[in-house]
Design a protein around this ligand. Sequence first.
Ligand code: SF4
Length: 613
Amino acid sequence: VISKTRFINYSRCRRYCALDEIHKKKLLATISYEDLLEEEAEAKKNELYMSMYDEEDEDLIFKANEQLEAMMPYYRKIEILAGSVISRKFGKDVIFSLNTYDQKKFEAFYEDYRFYCFLDGFLKNGDSFSVFETKATTSKKFLNLGPNIKKVKESIFTTKIDDPQVLVLKEHYQPDLLNDQKYFTFRQKLFDKFNDCGQYVFDLAYQRFVIEHSENKEKFAFKKAKYYLVVLNSEYIHDGRVDEEGEPIYQDDIVSFIDLTSITEEYQSLIVNDFQVVEENLNIMDASRCSVSIACQRKKIKECPFLSICFDKLPKENSIFAYMGSHHGFGAEKLSALELYNQGYYQATDIPHEWLARRNNIIQRDCIDNNIAFFHHQKIKAGIEAIRYPIYHLDFETFPCPLPRFKGEKCYSQSLFQFSLHVEHAPGNCDKEKDHYSFLANNHEDCREKLMNQLCDFIKDDKGSVLVYNQAFEKTRLKEMAELYPDLRDKILSIRERIFDLLDIVKGNAKLFQALGFTEDIAKEINFYHNRLDGSFSIKKVLPIFSDLSYKELVVANGMDAVATYARFPKIEKAEFDKLYQALVEYCKQDTWAMVEILQKLKNIIDYSKDFV
Ligand code: SF4
């Protein structure tokens, strides 16, 4: 008995089915129909999660159930919204629910197995029907799918001429595009189930296959069927209107429909292969080792639950995956890290030196081989000298709400609710408590103007640098706030212009260091490396190398905790609220104090050539 989620998992590799079977036996359990429903519901929740967090940030992938739970009210709001928009647009007879138990179900026998699909939305209209698959993501992924033409993204999707709420493939209006190599290349990504857009097309193609092979198929005229993805409109901007209860009022165009009818039809000849692979995997039931691949989804939200079994030879630190830029490959054959693992290379030091062609990888290897740290003293010195005092060490916390809450926000806007600021008046002159300023919302009301006013008061008009770690995030937030609050615009833009990225000093930045007079080759090199970085320059990895501070002891220990804690604010009792409020203040304070400590340590190393331990 196989649902969509199981189908996707069973098609990962030959080993998965057998490991899953062993796992079930260990639990002395057989899979019931209820279990399937539960699994489908979990998969939906995970999708919401996937949209809220950046998978590249390794701190965010280890999720806890309570964090997911904190997000559920937002997920339910999407459900209600999508359901009502679909009924208004397509007809009230639509069967719609994101709750698997209440969904329209199809089942198909294929070979010896029974395949199920549960549809978020289903509308039968005479002898035709429409299928709606709701995803807690936005149309942005589809609008970004396409080549850059003269530095402008040309999506392979466009709005339907007579219905701007629907996105269709451009070939719908310009069939000649199918002969355009660039267009075709991006279109092919729709058939890649590991691609950002392709993963959704694969879901819908699976459902189409089950529907078209279902027992009651004779009732449906497949030629007239329509298949839609229902997503949030990434272009929609909330005008700030609220109802009597203070809840935001949205227009129907907050929801976009992506018409994937023709693509899912084309997909059918491909997906039959996946059905055969799944059938074969289930028949063989072979738990012996098989090759790892992209299907393992290592360090992604959809990571295979058996990863620790198949990657058991991988050391905890400094594995072959620790090399930066490993997607460029290694050796003459440009082998990927996954291919290397399959060939028996597990540790970073297993790779022959001559296979390392990139200078940064050679630096990494040298640090690992010799257990030393690498510093490019002149670059770090030049970087530090470019910073002006007083330094304002700044960090924001935001809530990526799926539905906009306040005026000017879009779906998944990073809505500001906290900042932390440490002011370093002169080199080394910064007190962790006395020179700390912060703002943290204590409820879910719009606090952005108050927050920006306080920030503008604390950051004086004195030309001091505003130091952040990984500037793109803070710069984008400040730009948004400058547009939203014209009275504060000049002040906010001045703060934005004074931003200096500490990551540029720690890791490097080719453009910055070329501007500071270094040759292109030197500018491209990393400034610092330590074998405990394990290939990552996230502040959580960098800080323990320079300081005794650690995030492990904190109640709120990462960005994801911070978001989930803030999400729970309106629902918790006073005593717990006070505790969590303080925990959030401490977490954010640590982020900026970490910058103070890292900068100080770097200065010591440069100024006094202190040995680094
Ligand atoms: S970790 Fe990879 S190889 Fe192992 S079962 Fe999962 S998908 Fe298959």
